[in-house]
Ligand binder design. Structure first.
Ligand code: MN
Length: 288
């Protein structure tokens, strides 16, 4: 009965297979939690999705920005971007089934004491609020206003949270936090101008998990999305994006069974065990 958090797969199905062998994954006993960006930039997106579907309830996924981007390309609302590799899903005979499955995946999960998101958690949201807002956005992505959402989801505004946000502005903000956020101000303003190293944020902004008084500071959180933060394990957060598609590796973090942890001042450090499979796919540069 092992539970694993796994970072951004991005179509690296071969590496995912090897990682599951490495941890001796048994679908009848174990559960893997995939932290979003299941597809894109890597070579075998169809393979990843079919594998996850076939694993049923032993693989639980959340959506990342690349997964949602695919939905808007699939719907014909966006052209593929330079470096996108999602054509294999568009050409697949089970395209419709795979797309429907993606649309029904959540934006956040709460399991084994971990809050799981692709990118981050807003400093003004506690765990219950985060889950409630994720459910709000999921019902739009999986519901009849789906096309309206895809038409309106691109954009960095609004950049601050207010309970009064309504309609697509509200949904866009929720999705931006959960699937794209990296840097944030202490009062919760988002900034999307910087993407690289943790220390290279714009003046006045920090990585979201370093905001001192964020409301989830006592909540264990697993996330992906930020390959330069991959392996980070502090402030109760653990970042699983270890840059598989950039030629580095795909990581799984085995959660300790509840009640069996060793006491430690750093809850994430007493919990998990890391496994990393070196990337087996060709470097992403060769795919572009
Ligand atoms: Mn991402």
């Amino acid at each position: 009965m092992a539970n694993y958090l796994i970072g951004d797969i991005q179509g690296c199905n071969l590496t995912l297979g090897k990682l599951l062998e490495l941890v001796d994954f048994s679908p009848s006993k174990d559960t893997i939690y995939l932290l979003g960006d299941l597809i894109n930039r890597g070579p075998d997106n169809v393979g990843v999705l079919r594998r996850l579907l076939s694993l049923g309830s032993s693989a639980k996924s959340i959506l990342g920005n690349h997964d949602i981007h695919f939905l808007s390309v699939e719907k014909g609302l966006k052209n593929p971007k330079n470096g996108d590799t999602i054509q294999d899903i568009l050409d697949a005979k089970d395209r419709k089934e795979l797309t429907l499955w993606l649309r029904s995946q959540p934006l956040a999960l709460l399991a084994h004491r971990y809050l799981m998101v692709h990118a981050g958690v807003h400093p003004l949201w506690d765990t219950a609020k985060t889950m409630a807002l994720a459910r709000e956005a999921e019902s739009v992505i999986g519901g009849p206003d789906y096309e309206e959402f895809l038409k309106n989801m691109y954009g960095n505004e609004p950049d601050a949270w207010s309970e009064n946000l309504k309609g697509m502005d509200r949904i866009r903000f929720i999705v931006n936090v959960l699937t794209r956020m990296r840097f944030c101000s202490p009062t919760g303003t988002l900034n999307f101008t910087a993407k690289s190293s943790l220390s290279a944020g714009p003046v006045g902004f920090s990585p979201w998990f370093e905001i001192e008084n964020r409301k989830t500071k006592d909540q264990l959180i697993g996330f992906g999305h930020w390959s330069t933060a991959g392996g980070t394990q502090k402030n109760n957060v653990v970042c699983l994006d270890t840059g598989c598609v950039w030629g580095r590796g795909l990581s799984a973090y085995r959660l300790a069974e509840e009640g069996l942890e060793q006491p430690s001042e750093h809850p994430t450090q007493r919990q998990g065990q890391w496994f990393t499979q070196e990337t087996l796919e060709p470097p992403v540069a060769f795919l572009e």
